[in-house]
Design a protein around this ligand. Sequence first.
Ligand SMILES: O=P(O)(O)OC[C@H]1O[C@H](O[C@H]2O[C@H](CO)[C@@H](O)[C@H](O)[C@H]2O)[C@H](O)[C@@H](O)[C@@H]1O
Length: 398
Amino acid sequence: MDLKSNHSSPVLTDSAPLSKLRLGLPSNMSPYSPAASPYSSSGLYLTIPRIINGKLEDVRVNGWLDAMIASSPPRKKLSKDIIYESQTDDHDAAYQTWMISYPSALNSFHLITSYAKCKTVALFLDYDGTLSPIVENPDHAFMSSAMRAVVKEAAIYFPTAIISGRSRDKVHEFVRISELYYAGSHGMDIMGPVRVSNSIDVHPDCIKTIDSQGKEVHLFQPANEFLPMINEVYKSLIEVTSDIIGIKVENNKFCVSVHYRNVDNKMWDEVGVRVFGLINGYSRLHVTYGRKVLEVRPVIDWNKGKAVEFLLESLGLSQRDDVLPIYVGDDRTDEDAFKILRESKCGFGILVSNAPKETTSAFYSLRDPSEVQEFLKSLVRWRKSTALQTENIASEYI
Ligand SMILES: O=P(O)(O)OC[C@H]1O[C@H](O[C@H]2O[C@H](CO)[C@@H](O)[C@H](O)[C@H]2O)[C@H](O)[C@@H](O)[C@@H]1O
């Protein structure tokens, strides 16, 4: 994981990548001009798919609606606010089959600790759906005190970082553990340790600052120049979606989330029309899909995987064969981190999912946050016991 060779700005100069989804607006047209009004679903836009009698019509042009539906599997509520993806017997059989390729990290614990033996384990943890269960209201995604206790203890034994799509401040507010490193906005806002390293010090977007504890830290915000644009888009998204019941627009500092979890699914196409209609006017922004959320992000060569590399470098843990990075996450955006670890062959990803996923670069799986908690607890227990064994062996020689 050589960051030294990667000093150029992660901001892409090609402002209109092929992967960017477009609905037909010329990119130089202001999203505010009447002709390009994002309130309209006709005229300049392509035909918009509708759900008629429970069926999706005109599936040829509705790439984004398909993606919105695909990223939102059927769900059931287990308790007042907590949501789980639904499971039938067939589904469970499919899950068991899938687990042959992506075994449970709990069942494979002995194997994992055999890799981890005599190594520094570095933990990277996603927040929503990993440390806290998925809930209807994003502002209520609280972490349980039991989870907080286990993460806090894990941070004593392993360098630990939270890498979230939320803003760094927001995720810190939820987690409330000062011993961790935090990366918000899908890794575009990292507060990590200060390390004298050429590859980091020379980066123009990396500055030394003081954190809330008065500690000197490195702050890395590679999408800094997008801040005014993101703020403008956040306000516009609120405006253009204000009449859609259940919609929630969340400002995540360097990206914006448009949640449609609580929107009637007959209106999901309209959500897409409004969001893509607006973002089409911004050639340097693009839209990605999360769990019932459209995420507006800068077109920049930076993601959660790069954030993992950056933090390993900052911690002095990159380029070492006595380090085992483990990344635990549930979302598509976590795949970038799984991929980096798989390709570098130095660590591995654990996908949190109770449904089989078609493709993932993770090696292991865990069903839900309660299994994540169990896994972290076991890891701490294992590290404590190995530390004790080392102490006992050492005392035999005194
Ligand atoms: O990278 P993460 O920490 O997993 O953040 C990804 C997004 O998570 C949040 O949304 C998701 O969780 C909500 C609370 O459970 C849920 O209501 C929503 O439907 C999910 O998409 C967060 O609100 C987003 O801003 C993050 O980008």
